[in-house]
Design a protein around this ligand. Sequence first.
Ligand code: NAD
Length: 282
Amino acid sequence: MEPKIIDGKAISAAVKEEVRAEVDRLKTAGREVTLAVVLVGDDPASAVYVRNKKKACEAVGIRSLSYEMPADTTQEKLLTCIAELNGRDDVDGILVQLPLPAGIDEQAVIRAIAPEKDVDGFHPVNVGLLAIGMPRVVSCTPAGVIEMLVRSGISIEGREALIIGRSNIVGKPLAHLMLQHNATVTVAHSRTADLPAVAKRADILVAAIGRPRMIGPEYVKEGAVVIDVGINRDTATGKLCGDVDYDAVAPHVSAITPVPGGVGPMTIAMLMKNCVELSKMR
Ligand code: NAD
């Protein structure tokens, strides 16, 4: 069976094109969509993420403001910066790049961002709204997974969806989104007993684990849809790889996302979309 390869690059480009049109429309109406990006410390991976996010802003016409603070920044100073951004009428979204340096309480920082400017959807108020089925702004990676499925014409309703991974930024919010789309949802994790047997039931299998190529054909039902959220560095080759053993799994599935070029590009596109949505809500 030849699987459908879900092209995250193409789908994210379509999303960004729509965002661009909306940004232009708002600009004509006198509103410049603005995202404040805060980076603390000198983690090289975080620097790359921040650079990519700023580039994406530029590509869709969103104004980005950059706040770069040294690694020894105190929590108090960071909270002061956030409070100032919360108060600024010209700022629609605030993004604090995670992880933060040791000594800064990440949860305190997330809670300090005004929920109506929380572009990542990490604030407990936004998480709670999602959990009660009234999503406002949703974590970008899970939102991107749903967008890919919907735009690929893959139906979610009534199907068995398995999410492997229960993190606050991917697994848990994705479970809520899948419920909203009327899937029958299972969340598996590191303590799940007999994961291959659980996984074999899934019509839609999402891997958000962080273990290179862990998911082989023994986990996958014939004809399932497989979404690979994992971004790992293969220690042998140094190349990026997913949580799914793509070459071994692909012949057994109806649709699959590659890594790179799958969920990754969707995350940034959804960040741009969230920013515009926040601007429109204010
Ligand atoms: P995390 O470390 O917070 O969570 C990993 C989850 O996997 C945990 O809930 C854990 O219970 C589960 N797990 C670990 N080992 C397992 C095992 N052997 N069997 C079953 N479950 C197991 O990770 P995260 O932040 O959710 O990220 C997961 C992966 O997704 C990582 O590779 C990360 O780089 C990637 N990621 C990609 C994007 C993107 O834009 N595509 C965004 C965020 C995260």
